[in-house]
Design a protein around this ligand. Structure first.
Ligand SMILES: [Zn+2]
Length: 408
């Protein structure tokens, strides 16, 4: 349990004015974050709790499609980036001079690392297929980072890489990832406004890639949604000279929405296995190229999209399953021991609890902090409630309070 009397962070009396979005001012006021510089933020304890919950939902869905979690080095050598020719091409690559005239990259993505890493384990068709992922900070040397974290210089990312014997196998798994991503967004309550969006596949494949785009009024992308089959298209696929034509059903009937990207999946085919010469021997003894896919979810970005999505003028209205904790216990006067016992009981039931045991803080101040943090359940333990042998329980969205007997 978390005791506010021992907690370093305080809320602000009013919300700082942030020009481009409402959620950042809520998050600053609630003491969830502090900005370090444009594109880099410090995550304070309650925001970190939210992050871990989102991360775990993503992790559970990746494990469910057989992926193994690994953790790769954030630094990687210039030589490996030269092998794919991307050292001079990826313009957001952070390049670090190091000892003995060496140079390193702070990775914005890990294809250059995971491909040679996994090559060791691939000889025959019996070694395939497999899937690895990691959740790690990534770096992009953005010239103009946004004031909030949609375009960060440092961000947390889940990146999954799959290795297959054929294009057909790759595309089968690609469909599994689509289902897993759908589950992630549904569990985070943004599923109904998050569209699988057809995007350009890159110059090395004729296949499309897919982005997941959440409709958001301050979104940085435009998506074109077919009004007949509801397939969404990335702007770069639309030929503005001609007209919108749905790639699935051929309809021209469409609407344009502002949206923010919360994931992408990419059939890499043999782009990276060619570069690192990753082959396997099939059942007939023939040598073939290994096929790869990569699948990203920017977890810190996703968290900000969720915060913005659930913000209104006044509050950040969390979905209950990712709120920092489930219960906020307001203790008045000398009733800490009773509140602590109650918190222990709740924790045994799998709930998470903040006890507001701050001294010389008025009830209304505590109640307003509980509201500000949007904790789903608020409990009051005071002399008045205890005299009658009960505490008071209020659900965040309800005006009514419930009386719970302590001996229950
Ligand atoms: Zn259509």
């Amino acid at each position: 349990m978390l005791q506010l009397s021992k907690f370093p962070v305080k809320t602000l009396k009013s919300a700082p004015k942030i020009s481009d979005n409402i959620s950042t001012s809520h998050l600053l006021q609630a003491g969830f974050i502090r900005q370090e510089m444009a594109g880099a933020y410090n995550y304070l304890p309650l925001w970190l709790k939210v992050l871990r919950k989102i991360e775990n939902i993503v992790r559970e869905e990746m494990n469910a499609i057989w992926a193994q979690e690994i953790l790769m080095s954030a630094l990687w050598s210039r030589e490996h980036w030269m092998e794919t020719g991307r050292w001079d091409v990826v313009d957001v690559l952070f390049k670090l001079p190091a000892a003995e005239w060496k140079e390193y990259a702070l990775n914005p993505t890990h294809e250059e690392l995971v491909t040679p890493l996994m090559k060791e384990f691939i000889q025959s068709y019996k070694d395939l297929e497999f899937w690895v992922y990691q959740i790690q900070n990534k770096f992009r040397n953005e010239k103009r980072a946004k004031s909030w974290l949609l375009r960060g210089r440092e961000f947390l990312m889940k990146d999954l890489y799959s290795f297959h014997t054929s294009e057909e196998k790759l595309l089968q798994y690609y469909e599994n990832v689509k289902i897993a991503y759908r589950k992630v967004y549904d569990r985070l309550w943004i599923g109904k406004d998050t569209y699988e969006t057809i995007s350009w596949g890159g110059d090395f494949t004729t296949l499309n890639s897919h982005e997941y785009q959440t409709v958001l009024s301050i979104g940085e992308d435009n998506i074109y949604i077919c009004q007949d089959c509801w397939v969404s298209h990335n702007e770069e696929l639309i030929n503005l000279e001609t007209w919108f034509v749905c790639q699935k059903c051929g309809s021209k009937n469409h609407k344009i929405y502002k949206a923010s990207e919360v994931g992408n999946i990419f059939p890499l085919m043999t782009k990276f296995t060619d570069a690192f010469d990753v082959k396997y021997t099939d059942a007939d003894g023939k040598t073939n190229m290994v096929y790869m896919g990569c699948y990203g979810i920017g977890i810190s970005r996703l968290m900000w999209v969720i915060a913005e999505y659930f913000s209104d003028e006044k509050w950040l209205v969390w979905p209950e399953n990712i709120a920092p904790v489930t219960h906020y216990i307001i203790v008045m006067w000398e009733n800490f021991d009773t509140a602590k016992k109650l918190a222990e009981l709740l924790e045994k039931e799998g709930k998470e609890v903040i006890i507001d045991d701050r001294e010389k803080v008025w009830f209304w101040q505590k109640a307003s902090d509980a509201d500000l943090l949007w904790i789903p359940y608020r409990i009051v333990v005071s002399d008045k409630t205890l005299e009658s042998g009960w505490y008071e329980l209020k659900q965040r969205l309800s005006q009514e309070t419930q009386i719970i007997s302590l001996d229950k």
